[in-house]
Design a protein around this ligand. Sequence first.
Ligand SMILES: Cc1cc2nc3c(=O)[nH]c(=O)nc-3n(C[C@H](O)[C@H](O)[C@H](O)COP(=O)(O)O)c2cc1C
Length: 180
Amino acid sequence: MEAIECIKGRRSIREFKPDTVSPQVIEEIVDVARFAPSWKNTQISRYVALTGDAKKKLADVSFAAWQGNSNIVNNSPVTVVLTYVKNRSGFERDGSFSTSKEDRWQNFDCGIAAEAFCLAAYEKGLGSVILGIFDETEVAKAINLPEDRGVAAIIALGYPVNHPDAPKRKEVSELLTFMS
Ligand SMILES: Cc1cc2nc3c(=O)[nH]c(=O)nc-3n(C[C@H](O)[C@H](O)[C@H](O)COP(=O)(O)O)c2cc1C
């Protein structure tokens, strides 16, 4: 698949077929996502793939703010918690921040990785949706996340039931400014 076709064609998928996603396919997706760029090539993104009881526990405790996300996770055959190694991306070796964005490069790196993950999944015929509404503390507890790791996002994954139309995009003229 051409890169532009892949980027424009990927949609957020919230309804999945019951078919399982093999661990090998998930490994192949992470094999692509690991080539995403990162702060000083620190590669802080870590993927925790949940099925069965582990996924149900995540769905039960993480989405008090919006039940819709709980339904999406329950409906997905596999859900990935995108976590990161803290205090690397955007940090100097002595632990101080490298820039005025302080620790925000951690989530920036995970955002790039998440898009690479979702595009690789789409190229393999899978659908995905990035979930941002969740209780970070509850998610960390549900997956026994060590103290030195943070939660960036949750990605529900599976074979799509349908391919929705793209939600309306802003025009290039609104997004782009040239300066000279
Ligand atoms: C950072 C981020 C957080 C998001 N959080 C949620 C969410 O909590 N629940 C949900 O259903 N979709 C969520 N989405 C999906 C967006 O709603 C979706 O990407 C947007 O509507 C554009 O649709 P498209 O992905 O099909 O192009 C999120 C997307 C991003 C990038």
